[in-house]
Design a protein around this ligand. Structure first.
Ligand code: GAR
Length: 204
């Protein structure tokens, strides 16, 4: 049976779109995106999910009132929807150990740099690319990794390097890393983890 995938988002959802497209084209064939959970009701990612006929949920930390309640609500959805794999795709909220320890090797995240550079607390979205350009690196890229209680600290699944150009701005670098790296390695990693989950099931 295909593994149920939940994608957690906060914004534009281009990585979610890459996952939806990869499912359509058969790159993802061991799992199926069955739920999209957004931390914001304004996220365009919700529209992308609706267009693809995927069930959507909004869980706002502000409305829930605390980190604990925020996480409990997400956990309830994941349980109700019988989710096997959680993909963080531009999800801009921190998840504590209370959450991550429930899903060992079942949460993956895409980060827009080559970990261990420009990662951890405070490094998200454009800030990552600003820091990379400021440092003057000639190569950056993206990483997909398992998620544990350490921000961007879990085991690396896939990485792809992207060259920095002389005239890059944080915006141009961000777009190129998304196009050349994130949108490619995130679907591949999701398939890899689902395939392994299926394989482990059969071996039991
Ligand atoms: C992506 O570049 C993703 O790697 C990054 O936010 C962007 C979301 O774009 N995530 C992080 O920085 C997490 N630390 P999207 O909503 O279009 O997929």
């Amino acid at each position: 049976m295909l593994k149920n995938i939940a994608v957690l988002v906060s914004g534009g959802g281009t990585n979610l779109q890459a996952l939806i497209d990869a499912q359509k084209s058969g790159i993802i064939k061991s799992g199926k995106i069955t739920a999209v959970i957004s931390s914001s009701s304004q996220a365009y990612a919700l529209k992308r999910a609706e267009n693809a006929g995927i069930k959507t949920f909004v869980v706002s930390k502000k409305e829930e009132g605390s980190q604990e309640k925020f996480e409990e609500k997400i956990i309830k959805i994941l349980e109700d929807e019988k989710i096997d794999l959680i993909v963080l795709a531009g999800f801009m909220c921190i998840l504590t150990k209370n959450f991550t320890s429930r899903y060992p090797n079942r949460i993956i995240n895409v980060h827009p740099s080559l970990i261990p550079s420009f990662c951890g607390k405070g490094f998200y979205g454009l800030k990552v690319h600003e820091a990379a350009l400021e440092y003057g690196v000639k190569v950056s890229g993206a990483t997909v990794h398992f998620v544990n209680e350490i921000p961007d600290g879990g085991k690396i699944i896939l990485q792809k390097a992207v060259s920095v150009r002389k005239n890059d701005t944080p915006e141009t670098l961000q777009k190129r890393i998304m196009r050349e790296a994130e949108w490619k390695i995130l679907p591949k990693a999701a398939e890899k983890v689902c395939r392994n989950l299926l394989k482990n099931e059969k071996e039991k």
